[in-house]
Design a protein around this ligand. Structure first.
Ligand code: UDP
Length: 253
């Protein structure tokens, strides 16, 4: 059987040409990276969990009328998505201070923000994805003024949806990152949520205990990443309640 043509390989996913023009297959790898890939490991089962969780979030968004690139999950590790023109920005929404905003502005981690804050980072690994303002984005032509308004609106709708979903299973959505792409329908262009939404790109804290259930477990060596993601999936009902962990068995101490 002819192997699909690889379009791009990133840190956590591989993109292949899809079966129809205008489609792409997203393959979720088990690789975990942090600090611009300075820290890396293979977390058995992470790709499977992220594929399932991403399907759950993206199809939920599609169902409530927030457009995404997601079409359908194909198998354990792959999903079919629409080909989009990615805007070279990481759009971050924060509800609670953590990570870079805490360091940059000296706000203690865990401090609730007065309202959701939307930030933009220019996607450039060599530069370490620097924070940029609307001025930079428009002046350098990465997006137009109308796109800016649409991106903020889209990001806030994703925030409301994801916050509600997580709140329902006892998890606080601290912050998350999305990427946004352009889809062309004739002369008409619209923006859709693209790339992935998974615990790799969110901060998720247990409401009761504050336990971290996201990639900070890996970044900060806080335990088993596969166990944390399995817990998120179980609570959301994405995995059966009694499913065995997908990752390596952890030692009970
Ligand atoms: N994030 C991401 N990819 C990146 C940078 C950040 O998915 O390249 C996510 C991160 O997981 C967190 C949010 O965006 O949920 C905000 O990250 P922050 O700016 O605090 O940076 P970090 O502390 O992760 O370096």
């Amino acid at each position: 059987m002819a192997r699909r043509k690889k379009i791009y390989e990133g840190k956590a996913k591989i993109l292949y040409e899809g079966p129809e023009p205008g489609t792409i297959v997203q393959y979720f790898k088990d690789d975990a990276t942090a600090f611009n890939a300075e820290k890396r490991d293979v977390v058995e089962g992470k790709g499977v969990l992220n594929n399932r969780l991403c399907e759950y979030f993206m199809s939920g968004l599609n169902n409530i009328g927030v457009p995404t690139h997601f079409i359908k999950r194909i198998n354990m590790r792959e999903q079919l998505v629409r080909a989009v023109e990615i805007i070279p920005l990481e759009v971050v929404v924060r509800n609670v201070a953590a990570g870079s905003i805490s360091k940059r502005l000296g706000i203690e981690e865990g401090t609730a923000l007065p309202r959701p804050i939307v930030e933009f980072y220019y996607k450039d690994d060599a530069l370490g994805d620097p924070l940029v303002t609307e001025e930079h984005i428009i002046a350098f032509g990465w997006a137009a003024q109308q796109d800016m308004d649409d991106m903020v609106a889209l990001a806030l709708r994703v925030n409301d949806f994801m916050s509600g979903l997580m709140m329902g299973v006892g998890i606080k959505l601290v912050d998350f990152k999305i990427e946004i792409g352009r889809v062309w329908e004739g002369d008409y262009m619209r923006l859709v949520v693209a790339d992935e939404i998974s615990p790799d790109s969110c901060r998720l804290w247990d409401i009761e205990t504050g336990q971290k259930l996201d990639k900070d477990v890996f970044r900060r060596d806080l335990g088993s990443l596969a166990d944390a993601y399995t817990e998120v999936a179980r609570r959301l009902g994405v995995l059966p309640q009694n499913a065995p962990p997908l990752g390596k068995p952890t030692l009970i101490n």
